[in-house]
Design a protein around this ligand. Structure first.
Ligand SMILES: Nc1ncnc2c1ncn2[C@@H]1O[C@H](COP(=O)(O)OP(=O)(O)O)[C@@H](O)[C@H]1O
Ligand SMILES: [Mg+2]
Length: 447
């Protein structure tokens, strides 16, 4: 399939990475709000998976913080069993993440085709994903969206964890409280809203393991409420027709244990118990990360391991196809804020923002190029500098306004300070953005 691009003569592959550096090939996936297609770097000819997210839709779904966080977390991750970030960039309409391409397809695709998976497959995938979770948890990152759709197979058949959209870095002293994830895979401790840490990923792994072996999920309900009740109270049962071995059932029961102190995988002890569980005792744990362990199944490289409807949809239904677009919106400079201006009307300072969400993306969704680590570091330093300058400007503007207000309207200053009006406007928009993170969690409740 041909590339869609601007005039090749104007292409400068040494310039900062953008969409023009890639030839756009077939569509391979679609998630909650991101689309994914194969791209080829025009210089190195290497293939990547390009995940792109429409900015307007991202704002509409209140997921701006999520995508910024996804990009930031991915930069901190380097694990053989996780889909790594290679490039990040944006244009006026989209945010882009170029990731290692997994041509083996996602676990949902394979499960749909097979109905149920042989135990030998599931043992191997569960072991690889456990290793990836262990890596994340050691870094205090919890994934929160483990499900078959987010497990991808490489061409060699190794399982990789992907989609860090609602992943979060936690502090040991502050439990997470937001309801985030896909309900059917959500641990009971999330629903109970008493705070949680990384234990939730082991519960989700239990649901995934059951689903791969049985072809259905362990907890079901016609409504979200019924599903929540099932997660909180139902026993795990296996259909009579199921051939799942007793030792596999015991392993699943270990993961789907409501008491997090007893749950398999949780903490140092829980992970050791998981590694030595008889269902996984044949796994060569020390060979997993380097991918020297032999996968049970090698995806057919002659077949496309993707749902062909993604490609068809892209061709037939997309009236705004992805293409290289020149940027109109000015980028943030290191020292000035392009979209935020402080206007002084007499004694009143008004914080005027055209779109705080767009500005946030501009400021914080930094360009990333895995071949240029020094430039990545420079951008991060610039962002810090910019944040600092912004903070100082705000503080100065507010205090200037406060003093002039106090002088000219001393009689009414106590009832309503105009400077305070300007400040709270700014605060309001930022706290709205902060709460969008939690809201996105609720959005997932219904999917
Ligand atoms: N690196 C990749 N290689 C191949 N396919 C991918 C890759 N990343 C994502 N996909 C496909 O795209 C789908 C959506 O990607 P994902 O990152 O999960 O986005 P979302 O956050 O929108 O769910 C995945 O379920 C998978 O089928
Ligand atoms: Mg996904």
């Amino acid at each position: 399939m041909g590339a869609i691009c601007c005039r090749e003569s104007s292409l400068d592959l040494d310039s900062e990475v953008d969409l023009s550096h890639f030839a756009l090939l077939r569509s391979v996936g679609k998630g909650a709000f991101g689309k994914v297609r194969v791209v080829q770097h025009k210089g190195t000819k290497q293939l990547f998976a390009l995940k792109y997210i429409n900015k307007a839709r991202c704002i509409q779904m209140r997921a701006v913080e999520n995508i910024i966080s996804e990009r930031r977390l991915l930069e901190r991750i380097d694990c053989g069993l996780i889909v790594n970030l290679r490039y990040a960039f944006q244009d006026d309409e989209y945010l882009f993440l170029a990731l290692d391409l997994m041509t083996g397809g996602d676990m949902r695709f394979h499960l749909d085709r097979l109905g149920v998976m042989p135990e030998a497959y599931v043992q191997f995938y569960v072991a690889e994903i456990s290793w990836a979770l262990r890596y994340l948890h050691k870094k205090n990152i919890v994934h929160r969206d483990l499900k078959p759709d987010n497990i991808l197979l490489s061409d060699q058949g190794h399982a990789h964890l992907t989609d860090f959209n609602i992943a979060v870095q936690f502090s040991d002293s502050k439990p997470l409280t937001s309801v985030a994830g896909s309900l059917a895979y959500m641990g009971p401790e999330i629903l109970l809203k008493r705070g949680y840490f990384a234990s939730v990923d082991w519960w989700s792994l239990g649901v995934v393991c059951y689903e791969l072996l049985v072809g259905k999920r362990p907890f079901r309900g016609k409504t979200n409420e019924a599903l929540q009740q099932a997660i909180l109270h139902d026993n795990i049962t296996f259909p009579e027709s199921s051939h799942v071995s007793p030792v596999a059932r015991d392993f699943i029961a270990g993961l789907l244990t409501r008491d997090i102190n007893k749950r398999l995988g949780v903490g140092e002890k829980g992970f050791r118990r998981l590694m030595s569980h008889s269902w996984l005792q044949h796994i060569p744990w020390d060979l997993l990360e380097t991918k020297q362990a032999v996968p049970p199944f090698i995806p057919d490289s002659k077949r496309a391991n993707f749902d062909p409807t993604f490609e068809l949809e892209e061709i037939l239904l997309n009236d705004n196809p992805l293409k290289v677009r020149k940027r109109n919106q000015p980028k943030r400079s290191a020292t000035s804020n392009a979209n935020t201006s402080f206007k002084s009307h007499g004694s009143e300072v008004v914080l005027s923002e055209t779109s705080p969400e767009r500005q946030l993306m501009e400021d914080k969704f930094l360009t990333f190029d895995y071949t240029k680590p020094e430039e990545n570091e420079r951008r991060k330093a610039e962002m810090e500098q910019h944040r600092w300058a912004q903070k100082m400007t705000k503080t100065n503007a507010i205090s200037t306004s406060y003093f002039s207000t106090a002088k000219s309207t001393a009689a009414t200053a106590s009832s309503s300070s105009p400077s305070a009006t300007g400040y709270s406007k700014g605060q309001e928009s930022y706290s709205r953005l902060a709460s969008s993170f939690r809201y996105y969690g609720f959005q997932h409740l219904t999917d």
